[in-house]
Design a binder for this molecule. Structure first.
Ligand code: SF4
Length: 305
């Protein structure tokens, strides 16, 4: 359980001042960027680095500047546009989300937290991030970076691990200023601090705006200890085979014969398993006896207008 041991406004004020001077210049932070664009950025950024998200985010919004535009297109096109961002189920969920926004909210991203949480593919983090960053509301926005910052600076523990718990929301909420816009700014600032200064393996404490009040720093420890995270193996995994199968399906409009997919990987058992996983995940669907295609590839299955 993370506790609070210092003057809470001081912490948020220090981090927010630092953020205003040092925030990275990212397009989804620019004034006037709408809630849909911010929602897309948050979904893309969850499991993909900023540098890879930047061109994909721009291309996505050029093609689908509104939820209605995406809702009228097929899941297959969403998967195609997702390209190699990884974890492509996010593309299908984002389209499902766009359809729900059209059907439930007239095409406008809702500003109420309960309505955001009810959208497909929008979880605890994403809903609060959109409410804070698009609508300047006061909500604790807790991703892995924020959890680590709060854990170190407030509780004096070296790291918080990956999972966000209800106690983390409570601990972070206590740090936020009362005024909603200031709280939203502080939320963005906490995230930035964790992303660029209080990083998992190499915190730059000497450059940190809260070094003087950081409980973990005050404990005298030099650097967080713990096992280095090994890079995940990719070559030879089912993930690689799924990526190869999806690449063929993305490059082809409509059904692809089984024999063409057989060429992407020599191991029959692994290839069959990977293809079955794509079907189970709702990314690929069988067509007839012996072909497969991206989900809904072809004309829109359910025209919305
Ligand atoms: S002083 Fe170091 S450990 Fe504490 S919040 Fe800053 S970067 Fe993280």
């Amino acid at each position: 359980m993370i506790g609070n041991a210092m003057s809470e406004p001081t912490f948020a004020t220090l981090v927010s001042r630092w953020y205003e001077r040092n925030a990275r210049d990212l397009p989804w932070r620019e004034p006037g960027v709408g809630a849909w664009a911010i929602l897309v950025s948050e979904v893309m950024l969850q499991q993909t680095p900023v540098v890879r998200v930047l061109p994909a985010w721009r291309a996505w919004l050029d093609r689908w500047p509104t939820p209605a535009a995406l809702a009228e297109d097929t899941p297959a096109e969403a998967i195609r546009m997702w390209g190699r961002l990884g974890y492509p189920r996010r593309a299908v969920r984002l389209r499902d989300c766009a359809v729900a926004i059209v059907e439930r909210h007239g095409g406008e991203v809702p500003d109420r937290l309960d309505q955001l949480l009810a959208l497909p593919g929008v979880g605890t983090y994403t809903a609060r991030a959109v409410a804070a960053f698009a609508f300047s509301q006061r909500h604790p926005v807790v991703d892995t970076n924020v959890r680590r910052v709060v854990c170190r600076a407030i509780a004096g523990e070296p790291d918080a691990g990956p999972a966000t718990r209800p106690a983390d929301l409570v601990a972070t909420e206590k740090l936020l200023p009362a005024e909603p816009a200031a709280a939203a700014l502080a939320s963005a600032a906490f995230m930035e601090l964790g992303a660029v200064i209080c990083t998992a393996r190499s915190p730059r404490c000497a450059m940190c705006p809260v070094e003087s009040v950081c409980a973990w720093r005050a404990s005298g420890q030099e650097a967080p200890s713990g096992p280095s995270r090994r890079p995940q193996r990719y070559a030879g995994t089912d993930r690689q085979v799924r990526g190869l199968l999806l690449a063929v399906l993305r490059e082809t409009t409509g059904p692809v014969p089984h024999q063409r997919l057989d060429q992407v990987w020599p191991d029959d058992v692994q290839r069959t398993r990977a293809l079955a996983g794509l079907v189970t995940d709702g990314l690929v669907e069988p067509v007839g006896e012996d072909s497969f295609r991206l989900l809904g590839d072809g004309p829109p299955m359910v025209p919305l207008s």
